[in-house]
Ligand binder design. Structure first.
Ligand SMILES: *Cc1c(COP(=O)(O)O)cnc(C)c1O
Length: 414
């Protein structure tokens, strides 16, 4: 039987509920390679979106590296050196010297013994979780976790308990009550729609007490947090570039650290880091690592260039922090916004402005769009009902004047 009538009806229902997602065609306004010095403010900030020029506050390019000349050059040189495809999975013949070097550099940067790279963050999470736990084991998953942690948990067939967001007491009680052989706690390190940073030391201590593993997904912290962009572990003083900090020596064998390379790092891919034996286990058992074609060296070399920029150009993180403070000052006290709107408390590049109803959020987004500004409205089910929001995402590529233009346009939205 044809599936067409069924899907047509369901698509019509989605459209009726305003839940259809419309993809836009997006490209840099001008090719990054052609920008003159007086056009630098366009790099990584200004896009053609469905043919219209827009200043974007929608990307996860938090450091503005996706169009950085050093990364583009690294990709070009790698294509010339390696070709454009990795040709096979890592265990067959897809693991190049570039992949090997990248994994060493990633482990060193986050201060953990070993790392393994994946072609995407989604692939990492849906591969790693089923490699760690299975039937009869228990997963404790924060209610606001990213979709791929949820999918990885489902794929594992372990029993999943969804924990109230950030509730350490509830987690403590659930771990205490569990009789499972293996327990795994899953959490975003920085929540993608809220911007808040998870208390990793408190979670690690809880997991130590209950002999549970802790997997943290640092998709939005890696590159942005920590003095040199090492991510959330360095932010909390757990590890640094010189390795595990004294207080945490010998205490990280329950930790699985995952981060993505397509957000602040500006390229694509992901990695998982931890104890050497854990990482070796993943190389042997994570099916999305074993059975997927490795990333092209174009990408791994671009990531290696990105890691150098992340660590050497600390000014990017300082500028991002200044933009964040500027936005918070202007929206909290400097300008008159509608009284029901609320800027969430967030130290990171993600600055959500809660609007409330879906219709209002869409109206504000449309108002900004008419002013030449692209800020995505995020609605349920991605966020809880009644908390539709603008997810303002700042980038070190933005100028103070660009952030000011956004604040001004928000104050004029009625
Ligand atoms: C984006 C994201 C992922 C997926 O990473 P990709 O590399 O885009 O597949 C995983 N976890 C979180 C929290 C994310 O925000």
């Amino acid at each position: 039987m044809s599936s067409t009538p069924l899907f047509e009806r369901e698509l019509a229902e989605l459209a009726q509920a305003h839940l259809l997602r419309h993809r836009r065609e997006v490209s840099p306004l001008l090719p990054p390679a052609d920008l003159s010095p007086d056009q630098e403010h366009l790099r990584g900030t200004t896009y053609l979106i469905n043919g219209q020029s827009r200043l974007s506050f929608g990307s996860n390019d938090y450091l503005g590296l996706s169009q950085h000349p050093a990364l583009i050059l690294a990709a070009q040189q790698a294509a010339a050196r390696y070709g454009v495809g990795a040709t096979a999975s890592p265990s067959v013949c897809g693991h190049s010297p570039s992949h090997e070097a990248l994994e060493l550099e990633l482990a060193t940067m986050v201060g953990l013994p070993r790392a393994v790279s994946f072609v995407a963050g989604y692939m990492a999470n849906v591969g790693v979780i089923p490699a760690l736990v299975g039937r009869g084991d228990a997963i404790f998953s924060d209610a606001l976790n990213h979709a791929c942690l949820i999918d990885g948990a489902r794929l594992s067939r372990a029993d999943v308990q969804v924990m109230p967001h950030g509730d350490l007491a509830a987690l403590d009680a659930a771990l205490q009550a569990s009789t499972a052989r293996r327990k795994l706690v899953l959490t975003d390190a920085v929540f993608s729609m809220d911007g808040n940073i998870v208390n990793v030391p408190a979670l690690l201590t809880l997991c130590e007490r209950h002999d549970a593993w802790l997997m943290v997904d640092d998709a939005h912290g890696f590159g942005v947090l920590g003095e040199h962009g090492e991510g959330t572990l360095a932010h909390w003083g757990i590890t640094g570039r010189d390795g595990v900090q004294p207080e945490w020596q010998g205490r990280l064998h329950r930790l699985i650290y995952m981060a993505t390379l397509g957000k602040a790092a500006g390229v694509a891919g992901a990695f998982v880091a931890g104890e050497s034996t854990l990482v070796e286990w993943l190389v042997q058992k994570a099916r999305t690592y074993m059975f997927a074609t490795a990333a092209p060296a174009m990408l791994t070399e671009a990531v290696r260039a990105s890691l150098r920029v992340i660590q050497e150009e600390g000014g990017r993180r300082q500028h991002l922090a200044r933009l964040r403070d500027q936005l918070q000052d202007r929206l909290r006290t400097g300008l008159k916004l509608r009284p029901t709107w609320r800027l969430m408390p967030s130290e990171t590049a993600i600055q959500p402005l809660i609007i409330g109803s879906n219709e209002d959020a869409l109206a504000v987004m449309a108002h900004l769009d008419r002013q030449g500004l692209w800020v995505p409205a995020i609605r349920p089910p991605t966020v809880p009902p009644g908390t539709a929001r603008l997810r303002i995402s700042l980038s070190a590529a933005h100028t103070c004047a660009q952030v000011d233009a956004l604040c001004q346009a928000l104050s004029e939205a009625v």
